[in-house]
Design a protein around this ligand. Sequence first.
Ligand code: MYA
Length: 437
Amino acid sequence: MRLMQSLQPSSSSGSGSSAQPKNVEEAKKKKYEFWETQPVPKMNDDAPIPRDVNEPIDPNTDVAKVRKEPLPLPEGFIWVAMDIDKNEELQELYTLLFENYVEDDDNMFRFNYSRDFLQWVLKPPHYNTAWYVGVRVAPKAGATKPGKLLGFVSAIPSKIRVYDKTIAAVEINFLCVHKKLRSKRLAPVLIKEITRRVNLTGVWQALYTAGVFIPKPVSTCRYYHRSLNPKKLIEVGFSSMSRNMNMTRTLKLYRLPEAPNKTCGVGGQSLRRAVKGDLKAMYGLFTAHMAKFDLVPVFEPEEFAHWILPREGVVESYVLEKPNTSTKKKDIIAFFSFYILPSTVMNHATHKEVKAAYSFYNVTGEEHSVSLVDLMADALVVAKNTGMDVFNALNQMENEQFLKELKFGSGDGSLHYYLFNWKCATFEPKQVGVVLQ
Ligand code: MYA
């Protein structure tokens, strides 16, 4: 069975949008009217950036020079900061994304970020509500309701280490323009406005990912998919059955044990859902693990807690414990985590949604008392028992160790990583330690 579809952030979908390049060959033929004006690497600059170059493209850090007023919008539209603590506004954002956000190239699936997921992703410690930038239709005189939300982009604060430098940055996500307003150059205005708002706080760099190829990725990773519910995935067209397979054989191929068993039992080890009291040990494992990679998030303990503690239907994490004979307590020796992001099945009579788990941060301790393959074999079982249909992972970090062995199939799209206003050597997927939602 070959997995045919892979949901990638792609702007080629939806009405009226012109196809975006997917790779460097296509990209070199295109003129990037907007991106050529921005502090990002030039598309046609083929010389690789040497490893000792690791610095801003535009070194200006003078907040006084940042424009004080919002960018002008076409008549009839206004800027708003969405208040996602208000149910109605969270619902409006949810609906904009539910109807207009990222689709696969064949317009069969669309990401369906839940309201709880949005609250998780947009509200890490130190979030800034001015960075939930919305564009609304200007309300008519005397109107009691706000105008419809037609565009959005968000930033959250983030510290990232790029090789040996740690920089204050933001992560940009949820850039979305309503399908009816596509190809009218609203996206560049949203990007310039979020840049202005971030610059006003003295931050000059950003990290973002996209399925489209724009100037110029610092890394390109591939998605891999592991069927947990192969029958449904085939029925909705997410994956297809190869010619020498039938359903019985396919089901057998992807069958999983009913309970996690790879890591358990061995030397008294046991697996359980992570709780607050585990955070100190998990944080220690995590920071040691991240030292292996070159593009990584630098979390304070409270940020780590925000990202890793389980939230029903949003993010799951499990720790593996081992009895310590000298302390008579249990030590946490590894953990895995995944976030839960369903996709709407757009045109199917019975199936409305594919439930997908996305590999997040998975760490085995230094002593290697458990292999990443065994740990992730149990992650698959937990994901399946949580109701997931598919488990997705990028070929980043050390994921190549388990992808083939655990029967992940290669997707058909790439995820490009970008740094705004930063010049550095590109990263192999195995050097990329950051996972964005
Ligand atoms: S990735 C997810 C992006 N969202 C979607 O794919 C949802 C579905 N699509 C849409 O809503 C629209 O098609 C979007 C474009 C909004 C994507 N990233 O307004 P336009 C360039 C960056 O006429 P539209 C995510 O959220 C395109 O090359 N640029 O087009 C991360 C062209 O520029 P150029 C993109 O289709 C976002 C211009 O926009 C993308 O109506 C990171 C055309 O504008 C894209 N995904 O709207 C944003 N797609 O002329 C950058 C197209 O040069 C953040 N374009 O070719 C930068 C850092 C900012 C903060 C800095 C702080 C220091």
